[in-house]
Write a protein that binds this ligand. Structure first.
Ligand SMILES: [Fe+2]
Length: 425
């Protein structure tokens, strides 16, 4: 696979030599007969540091399609109409089981929770066991962050191809047309975040300095790769939280060359430069932020994408698992790989937990009992990768998620054996 690197760089790529105009975006007579088309990911007038746009040079402009028709999606519901079911209870789900019917990536999206605030966040899980064929997709409501936990995916986009496997992620910005197919035979499972707020960006590093956390050069972008097919194609569209489809007679991924800073990208979570204490106590988990979508309040995230990667624990006289806490931010967690250090069992790859605003949580009783007896020696947490979607809004679980057989109705029980150690001395 060939990629270009650097977070939000201004890239240029051409699949046919000489197809990318030089010195201007929109020449009077297009090069090689290609139509120039601009795709804006920000208002034209936002600050230059936040301005996102790409120029696409394509065989036909995107406007060549038949009228939009409605499309039925049974399980993708970012409006959470059943919010009356939301309560502060801590929730946990087992992984969704292997699908019993043929399911492509789009139809396999299953919404677990969403914020009612728009812009906000929706969290989905996905299952798929077949490719999308002549079906494609774009999301006008927000950008998508893909987090596979089982099975590698090939992502064909207007800008080219990305491939990801578990412990890698991909982000597909709003409006970009794509198709996702399992890379190998078998079925795939993972998580899908839908961010309808400001586009994800790298967090500020503050006193950490110029190098830490996710390094910009580890973000990889595709190179131009086009298709010339004729036939009955379909682009499914999510627009204003409902679904549509537009039929067309040519392959929708027909971009021969492009340039700009608005494009899909991938990142290998194993490259994260993890920070932590070298003296005592834990820093807050914001230290593990990979990408952030800022809200209108400085320092408050509409969405933080946070990971818990392999790392050394060396804090002296320190309770080393995550501390007990109640936060104003709401937390949706998933496990991509291995074991999570705050839970001995019940939280497995493909599963999830939801701890909403001010609902208490922390290690289970068994983890606590072990941790207070642990030796002071440095300890490495290996073979693990958990993540969290943290938002300043409330997550409303969907009716489907609350009525799913994957819901762990005994989750509350994992804390009930936390006994009193109180001793007046
Ligand atoms: Fe938490």
């Amino acid at each position: 696979m060939q990629y270009q690197s650097g977070f939000a760089n201004h890239f240029e790529s051409e699949a046919v030599a000489g197809s990318l105009p030089q010195g201007q975006n929109s020449p009077k007579k297009p090069l090689q007969g290609l139509y120039p088309e601009q795709l804006s990911g920000s208002a034209f007038t936002v600050d230059r540091s936040k301005n996102l746009r790409s120029w696409l040079y394509r065989i036909r402009p995107s406007v060549v399609h038949q009228p939009y028709e409605s499309y039925e999606h049974q399980t993708w519901n970012s409006l959470v109409a059943h919010s009356e079911e939301t309560n502060p209870q801590q929730l946990r789900w087992k992984p969704l089981p292997e699908p019993k019917k043929n399911l492509d990536f789009i139809d396999g999206v299953f919404t677990m929770a969403a914020t009612q605030e728009k812009p906000g966040v929706a969290v989905h899980h996905y299952l798929c066991n077949q490719g999308m064929g002549k079906k494609f997709f774009y999301n006008a409501d927000g950008e998508l962050i893909l987090i596979p936990s089982q099975g590698a995916l090939q992502i064909q986009t207007e800008m080219g191809v990305l491939e990801i496997e578990p412990q890698e992620i991909a982000v597909i910005p709003r409006g970009i047309k794509f198709q996702i197919n399992p890379k190998q035979a078998g079925w795939c499972r993972g998580y899908l975040g839908e961010n309808t707020g400001a586009p994800l960006t790298l967090p500020s590093l503050g006193p950490l300095g110029a190098n830490a956390l996710a390094n910009p050069r580890d973000f990889l972008y595709p190179v131009a790769d086009y298709h010339e097919g004729q036939g009955d194609y379909q682009v499914v569209v999510k627009f204003s939280h409902s679904f549509w489809q537009m039929p067309l007679k040519h392959h929708p991924l027909d971009v021969v060359a492009w340039h700009g800073n608005y494009a899909p990208y991938k990142y290998d979570l194993r490259k994260f430069n993890t920070m932590g204490t070298v003296s005592y106590d834990h820093p807050d988990p914001s230290i593990y932020t990979v990408l952030t979508s800022p809200s209108f309040s400085p320092g408050v995230a509409n969405l933080d994408f946070v990971i818990f990667p392999p790392r050394w624990l060396v804090g002296e006289n320190t309770f080393r698992p995550p501390y007990y806490h109640r936060n104003i931010m709401s937390e949706y967690m998933g496990l991509i790989h291995g074991v999570y250090d705050a839970k001995q069992e019940g939280f497995v790859p493909g599963g999830a937990s939801l701890h909403n605003c001010m609902s208490a949580h922390g290690p289970d009783a068994e983890t606590f009992a072990k941790a207070i007896e642990n030796s002071e020696s440095p300890q490495k947490i290996e073979d693990t990768m958990a993540f969290m979607f943290e938002t300043c809004h409330i997550y409303h679980p969907t009716h489907l998620a609350l009525s799913s057989s994957a819901l762990d109705r005994d989750y509350w029980g994992c804390w009930q054996n936390l006994k009193s150690y109180f001793n007046k001395g």
